[in-house]
Design a protein around this ligand. Structure first.
Ligand SMILES: *[C@@H]1O[C@H](CO)[C@@H](O)[C@H](O)[C@H]1NC(C)=O
Ligand SMILES: *[C@@H]1O[C@H](CO)[C@@H](O)[C@H](O)[C@H]1NC(C)=O
Ligand SMILES: *[C@@H]1O[C@H](CO)[C@@H](O)[C@H](O)[C@H]1NC(C)=O
Length: 123
């Protein structure tokens, strides 16, 4: 029993170390959620997009698949640089685990913006 617990703790510890050193950090650690912001612009609901980085390492040059994306609420290109089907987030600056990145848009419906590229930077 004690041995099982010891192994469990070691495995947990190794897990934390590898997380900290980025071996298990990837694009899959970025989560994008979209929720109604509650207001309307030109009759279209406003939506708040939140990007959470669930990895202890920073992720920069985060790009989203913006295929079909539209908004009547003009977004500052330093926040979201829309270029064809690809959107660069935060001018390529890092998104850290303790600081979710958010922006708003306004359109008839929710867009599911999926992360397609990022660079993992472990300090
Ligand atoms: C982006 O999304 C569109 C529509 O869902 C899809 O057809 C396309 O393959 C995606 N592109 C990438 C690079 O994931
Ligand atoms: C947005 O992207 C375009 C094309 O990639 C680039 O020329 C422009 O400098 C970018 N603007 C910002 C604010 O990042
Ligand atoms: C991400 O972008 C880099 C640099 O442009 C490229 O080398 C890499 O293949 C891209 N990764 C994916 C998953 O598209």
């Amino acid at each position: 029993m004690a041995a099982t617990i010891k192994i469990f703790i070691i495995v947990l510890f190794l897990g934390l170390i590898s997380q900290g050193y980025g071996q298990s950090c990837s694009l899959n650690d970025l989560y994008v959620s979209v929720a109604k912001a509650g207001s309307f612009i030109q009759g279209k609901p406003e939506w708040e997009v939140t990007i959470v980085n669930n990895c202890m390492c920073k992720q920069e040059n985060v790009k989203l698949n913006c295929s079909g994306f539209q908004t009547v609420d003009i977004i500052d290109p330093s926040v979201l640089n829309i270029s064809g089907n690809v959107c660069l987030v935060n001018s390529g600056k890092p998104i850290t685990s303790n600081d979710p990145f958010t922006f708003k848009y306004a359109w008839y419906y929710l867009f599911q913006l999926t992360p397609i590229n990022s660079t993992v930077v472990c300090a």
